[in-house]
Design a protein around this ligand. Sequence first.
Ligand code: ADP
Length: 396
Amino acid sequence: MRDFKMYIDGRPTEGALSMDVINPATWQIIAQCPRADATQLCAAVAAAKRAFPGWSRTDIEERCRLISKIVDALESRQSEFARLLTAEQGKPLDQAAGEIAGAIATARGLLTLRMQTKTVLKDNETEKVIEHRTPLGVVAAITPWNFPLVLLIQKVVPALMTGNTVVAKPAATTPPTSLLFGEICNEYLPAGVLNMITDANDLGSMLTSHPDIAKIAFTGSTATGKKVMESAASSIKRFTLELGGNDAAIVLDDVDVPEAARNIFDAAMINAGQLCVAAKRVYVHESQYDEMCHELATLADATIVDNGMKQGTQLGPIQNRAQYEKVKALIEDARSKGKIIAGGEFGDGPGFFIRPTIVRDIDDDARLVWEEQFGPVLPVMSYRSIDEVIQRANDT
Ligand code: ADP
């Protein structure tokens, strides 16, 4: 079994404790990962603070050159990362490869950007105002378990490019790819510039409320985002939050139904529905409702749900047990509020598998409609007029 280390002040570091990471498709332990305690968290922040003066004074071209090397190293180990991502997260291997490729492309795109260092806000005979953009200090990068690597890179690369130092913390159920990325970063960066710590979902609030954190970059659930905002408020920290969403898809009455069904299905089932911008509920005009429900159910029944390592798998498991139980409860609730026309079954494991589930004739006040489900379950409602459906989509 592979041994992963945290990185604090440039050094590979064992956790004060350790924790098992399981493969959500098999329930087998795939890695033992370090688990930081409060002292290690403080050590990581202190290291990032010490590294800040040197890194922030380093020329941006040099910073970008070092980050480019990290991206090159990631690219040369793409297939290793993709396999590890499938093992920790569950998504099919081709989609994991897509996430890694996306992370690399994102990083390369970001590396072409340069902050405008001077913007003249006022320039007249008596006044001249120039805006300088300066690094903030230590950035906390907190990431979730649905897209562990691309969301990490989206935070770390801009923070480092612009001269900040980082303490990154992945979600408790998906640390391996992040720890491997931390290892690569520390081959190229000065000590303390990128610190990577892992927890059992117990150190987030300590990190966000730490007085030496200047900015929080967070992706996660809306509920946790509110807590992050609260703790940022207590010390007036800057923050960027990327949270959930209960996105509605409205299908107008002149579509080609099979084609629209395919697009809607893919938009809903991407990453087993575990994506903030996935389609979470769909409204279909009453004239095409039966046909659309039938098409969606046919697509659901034909989907190959299996371990993401197996060739041909189209949809992997739910990433973790807590989420699995949550999605199952929403389906159970929907059983009495609507009609399940595909899926709706779950086995006893191993693996957190839920077949793509389509629910029709469901009330707007069912939890599955108004609560973000974050799983492969799609409620399909019918509507009569555009005004009515826009109202319903916005009200929910
Ligand atoms: P989910 O509820 O979907 O499992 P979360 O939004 O709780 O996901 O988790 C996203 C990230 O936020 C994870 O890295 C998690 O450890 C971290 N986290 C959890 N609670 C807090 C908190 N109170 N403050 C800051 N980060 C937190």
